[in-house]
Design a protein around this ligand. Structure first.
Ligand SMILES: Nc1ncnc2c1ncn2[C@@H]1O[C@H](COP(=O)(O)OP(=O)(O)OP(=O)(O)O)[C@@H](O)[C@H]1O
Ligand SMILES: [Mg+2]
Length: 322
């Protein structure tokens, strides 16, 4: 008998709309999202500004009610205290009591989870160490930089030693070093067996970190899957060639083979998508005694995929409107 592990997060056809303005105009923030996050994986929830990431996460954390659909954490319906006790959460714009020191701040959150005394103090020390903030343990939060606040915010999300950590934009506002530190931290959480779901519009971070990603745009999922599979399924096999000393007659033979040709003085840059066109272009270069300066295959990145999906989503919306 196969034992199928229960997803840690399961979302089915989740919807949320808001009423805005005097006339109560309906704004759809989340429009039928379904996804699952499996135990032990790092799951990236990606999308541009206003896509519906925070709204979905707030519904998962029981902070706002869905307008439709269902969601469970550890198989229990959202809002169930038993499920919430196993989850840690970093909000997008955390409100910090900025006159507290990091220790006092973490103590406050520890008390909310019923932690006390030496157990709590030991946990605080461990967490400050984990996020590299031991040196600032007695400093008031109002004296913190954005990166320091983000790190202490992540420590807060871990105070109850959660099995699932949900982080809304954990890298936002951080410089490249800060982002690398948060990435390392997320990988350490994964190594220690935790499940991590985080939202981001920084695709590079997601590419480096995630086992699987979901992309959401205008409230709808546009794709979901393993990063490597998504990228492999979308490979364009583009090759960029840079050629010097190409005579006009040879250039005319290359133009119909290339999807794009750019002239920069004596230099020609050509983009080719089919292998036979690459071979033919190389033949032309050889026979014309031109010089091949560079040949660069373009690997599809999550960013390329994202832009293509965004354009696709936009065309679909336009088609619906038309
Ligand atoms: N309380 C609210 N009242 C009205 N509209 C809202 C509310 N919260 C969110 N929205 C709208 O829902 C949509 C999705 O917002 P959401 O904050 O979920 O996006 P996001 O993907 O988290 O974006 P960002 O990357 O900017 O954080 C937006 O159009 C936003 O204006
Ligand atoms: Mg957001």
């Amino acid at each position: 008998m196969d034992i199928v592990a229960q997803p840690v997060v399961q979302v089915q056809n989740l919807r949320k709309f808001f009423r805005v303005g005097f006339w109560g105009r309906r704004v759809t923030a989340v429009d039928g999202v379904s996804l699952e996050v499996q135990q032990g994986e790092v799951f990236g929830f990606l999308g541009p500004n206003g896509a519906g990431k925070t709204t979905t996460i707030k519904m998962l954390m029981g902070l706002i009610y869905p307008s439709g659909g269902t969601a469970t954490l550890f198989g229990k319906s959202i809002g169930d205290p038993a499920a919430k006790a196993k989850a840690g959460f970093l909000p997008e714009s955390p409100y910090f009591y900025d006159y507290l020191t990091s220790r006092e701040f973490l103590r406050f959150y520890g008390h909310l989870f019923g932690l006390m005394g030496s157990t709590l103090e030991k946990r605080i020390d461990e967490l400050l160490e984990l996020v590299g903030m031991t040196h600032a343990r007695d400093l008031q939060l109002r004296k913190f930089s954005k990166g320091m606040l983000q790190r202490v915010g992540i420590a807060q999300a871990l105070i109850n030693d959660p099995e699932l950590v949900i982080l809304d934009e954990p890298m936002s506002g951080l410089d490249p070093i800060g982002r690398k530190e948060v990435r390392d931290l997320i990988l350490r959480l994964k190594e220690s067996g935790k499940t991590v779901m985080f939202s981001s519009h920084i695709l590079h971070d997601a590419e480096l970190l995630c086992d699987r990603v979901a992309m959401i745009m205008k409230g709808r999922l546009v794709t979901c899957g393993h990063v490597s599979e998504l990228i492999a399924g979308d490979t364009t096999h583009e090759v960029e060639m840079v050629i010097d000393r190409l005579l006009p007659e040879a250039l005319e033979r290359i133009k119909p083979l290339a999807s794009k040709v750019v002239l920069q003085g004596e230099r020609v840059m050509a983009v080719l998508t089919r292998q036979q066109d690459v071979d033919q272009t190389l033949d032309v270069i050889r026979s014309a005694k031109a010089k091949l300066v560079a040949l660069t295959p373009h690997k599809t990145s999550l960013e390329d995929l994202f832009i293509r999906k965004a354009n696709g989503a936009q065309s679909a919306v336009e088609a619906r409107v038309a």
